[in-house]
Design a binder for this molecule. Structure first.
Ligand code: BTN
Length: 324
C-alpha cells in the first residue's frame, strides 16, 4: 500500500475518532477526494478489521473509540526506548530478525498481514484494534535456560494488568494469557541470528484490546478483549505498563533465572490440579497439571508419576475444553 493511501486511512480513523457519525461527503471534503473514493477507503478499513458502522442517512461511525498509537508519546513514556512503529507490517517478530535486530528495540504495529502464533498458527491482527509488538533481547544465558522465558513474559503481562486494575487474569502454559478460560493474548518467543556473543531473542506479544467480533471470525477459540474487563484502558497505557513490567522481570530473569518466578506462576497457573491432555505430534498423554519446575517445564501428574513437558511442538489442553 502506498504511503499516501496509508495517510488517508489514518486520516479517516482520526476523523471518526472524534466521535459520532460523519457523512461520506464530510469526509470527502476533509480529504479533498470524491465520495466514491471515501466509500472505497471505508471498505478497505473494514477489510483490515476496523469496526465501522454505516447507517443510511447518517454516515459512518466507529464501533469503538480508537486512539492510534503515537511513537513520540510512547518513547517519552518509556524513557527514550528505541521504538519502531508501523501502521502495517507482515509480523513484528519478523521485523526483528537479521539486520532488524537490536537489543531492547521495540517494534510495534497497528496491523499485521502475517501475524504468527505458536506452532505455525495465524495470529489475527486487525488494524488499530489490539496490541502487536516484539522486543529484541540479547542475553548471555545459554539456550537451555530460556525455557521459562515465555512464562516470565506472561507474568509481566498479568502484573501490568493488575497494576491497571484488572485482577483474575491467568496463564496457561506456556504462552497464553487468559481470563476465565478465554484468551486475552499470546506470546511467541523466537531465537534469531548467530549464537556468537549471546543469543538474540525475539519476544512477541499480541493482546486483544477492542477487537471487533467481525474481525475475529477466523479465531477458533474463546477470546476476550481487555476493554471488556476494564473499558477505560487505552492501548498506550497498556503497552507502557507491560513493557515497564517486562523490563524489570527480564533483568531479574537474566540475573536469577526462572526459579524466583515460580511462586508468581503458582498464583496464576490455570492448569494447576486440573485435568489436562498434552498433545504431541504422534501421541497424547492425559494427566493433571502439577505446576512447573525451575526450568519452566510443565509438570504433568500421571498414574506413573510426574513427567516434565518441554515446550516446542506440544500443545496443552484443559480436558473440559476442546481447543487450546
Ligand atoms: C500464540 O498465542 O500462539 C502466540 C501469539 C503471538 C502473537 C504476537 S503478535 C506480535 C508478534 N508478531 C507475531 O507475528 N506474533 C507475535
Amino acid at each position: 500500500m502506498s504511503q499516501h493511501k496509508e495517510e488517508q486511512l489514518v486520516e479517516i480513523i482520526n476523523i471518526l475518532s472524534q466521535g459520532g457519525f460523519y457523512s461520506g461527503q464530510a469526509i470527502a471534503t476533509r480529504l479533498e477526494v470524491s465520495r466514491a473514493y471515501v466509500w472505497k477507503l471505508i471498505q478497505q478499513l473494514q477489510e483490515l478489521g476496523v469496526g465501522i458502522e454505516s447507517v443510511t442517512g447518517k454516515g459512518y461511525c466507529l464501533e469503538h473509540k480508537i486512539e492510534l498509537l503515537d511513537q513520540p508519546s510512547l518513547r517519552q513514556a518509556l524513557d527514550n526506548q528505541d521504538i519502531e512503529l508501523s501502521l502495517m507490517i507482515d509480523s513484528t517478530n519478523d521485523a526483528l530478525k537479521g539486520e532488524g535486530f537490536a537489543h531492547n528495540k521495540l517494534v510495534v504495529a497497528e496491523y499485521q498481514s502475517a501475524g504468527r502464533g505458536r506452532r505455525g498458527r495465524r495470529w489475527v491482527s486487525p488494524l488499530a484494534s489490539n496490541l502487536y509488538w516484539s522486543l529484541g533481547w540479547k542475553t548471555q544465558l545459554p539456550v537451555q535456560q530460556l525455557g521459562g522465558l515465555s512464562l516470565v513474559v506472561g507474568l509481566s503481562i498479568v502484573r501490568a494488568l493488575e497494576q491497571l486494575g484488572i485482577d483474575g487474569a491467568a496463564l496457561k502454559w506456556p504462552n497464553d494469557i487468559r481470563y476465565q478460560g478465554r484468551k486475552i493474548g499470546g506470546i511467541l518467543v523466537e531465537l534469531s541470528g548467530d549464537m556468537v556473543g549471546g543469543l538474540q531473542v525475539i519476544i512477541g506479544v499480541g493482546l486483544n484490546v477492542h477487537m471487533a467480533s467481525s474481525a475475529a471470525n477466523a479465531i477458533d477459540q474463546d477470546w476476550i478483549n481487555v476493554q471488556e474487563l476494564k473499558p477505560d484502558i487505552g492501548r498506550h497505557q497498556l503497552l507502557v505498563a507491560v513493557v515497564r513490567c517486562l523490563e524489570k522481570d527480564l533483568q531479574q530473569f537474566a540475573d536469577e533465572g526462572f526459579k524466583v518466578f515460580m511462586k508468581r506462576w503458582e498464583q496464576v497457573d490455570e492448569c494447576y490440579n486440573k485435568k489436562v491432555v498434552i498433545v504431541q505430534p504422534d501421541d497424547s498423554i492425559n494427566g493433571f497439571g502439577a505446576g512447573v519446575d525451575d526450568s519452566g517445564a510443565f509438570l504433568l501428574q500421571t498414574g506413573k508419576g510426574i513427567i516434565p513437558i518441554y515446550a516446542g511442538e506440544v500443545s496443552l489442553r484443559l480436558r473440559e475444553s476442546a481447543i487450546d
